[in-house]
Design a protein around this ligand. Structure first.
Ligand code: C5P
Length: 236
């Protein structure tokens, strides 16, 4: 049987990362209307604009991935999750190192809200390497740490994880067919890498097991963002 997300076309599972100011975000949202289904709002835009940016994107017809990476005591994260889904977020993130009770608190808040928002865990930030991981007191390998934290997220009842395309197939095997695996670090053939180093093409990321992909600058900084989105959709 297909997992729920698999019945949705891949192009409708491309999430456009709006790492820009409000005016640019709204211009992009208008340019991509009727094409992209998802927008990702991160901390920079959200802390500048607050819940209104989520509400506007929802009014424009988008699903919103609100990537605020919660990490606090369970009571606080429960409240944060409730506020996020009340603003209209369809997907939220939290750090799995916050622990299973923290993730369960977030999941309970989402369940009690009656919104069917998805909950994702961040395992190890892709900006970290073995050395920076060891500095935090973790002596096991990066792969083991990612797997351990992904399993904690699943045990807590979360919908899935955020992962690099390189981790996607390993995590798909670990978490099974229904888990959401959302991968940034995606670059269409020929696109500039920017500050991303370990990248995959959109199709490679889906083939490796991603349920959704996040694409930012290759779309948002293109001369014609709508055409850039179309090119990715065609490749899929
Ligand atoms: O512009 P680009 O396609 O690199 O944007 C990728 C988006 O995904 C950004 O919003 C970035 O913060 C986010 N992200 C990432 N790598 C992670 C987690 C999130 O690039 N490991």
């Amino acid at each position: 049987m297909l997992a729920a997300y698999e019945s949705i076309p891949r192009a409708d599972r491309v999430i456009v990362a709006l790492d820009c100011d409000r005016a640019t975000a709204l211009e992009l949202a208008q340019q991509l209307q009727g094409k992209a289904k998802w927008m990702k709002v991160g901390m920079t835009l959200y802390y500048a604009e607050g819940p209104s940016i989520v509400e506007i994107l929802k009014l424009l017809g988008y699903k919103v991935f609100l990537d605020l990476k919660f990490h606090d005591i369970p009571h606080q994260v429960s409240g944060a999750a409730a506020s996020a889904v009340e603003a209209g977020a369809d997907m939220i993130t939290m750090h799995a190192v916050g622990g299973i009770p923290m993730m369960q608190a977030a999941q309970s808040a989402v369940d009690e809200s009656g919104c069917d928002a998805d909950t994702l865990a961040i395992t190890v930030l892709t900006s970290m390497d073995d050395e920076t991981l060891a500095q935090t007191g973790v002596s096991r390998s990066m792969t083991e740490q990612v797997k351990t934290l992904a399993s904690c997220a699943q045990d807590a009842g979360l919908s899935g994880v955020v992962a690099s395309p390189q981790e996607a197939s390993m995590l798909r095997e670990l978490l099974g067919p229904d888990a959401l695996i959302v991968t940034p670090g995606v670059r269409p053939v020929g696109a500039a890498l920017g500050d991303q180093s370990r990248v995959a093409t959109p199709r490679e990321a889906f083939d490796a097991g991603a349920s959704h992909i996040v694409v930012g600058r290759p779309i948002t900084q293109a001369d014609d963002p709508a055409a850039a989105f179309d090119a990715i959709a065609a490749e899929l």
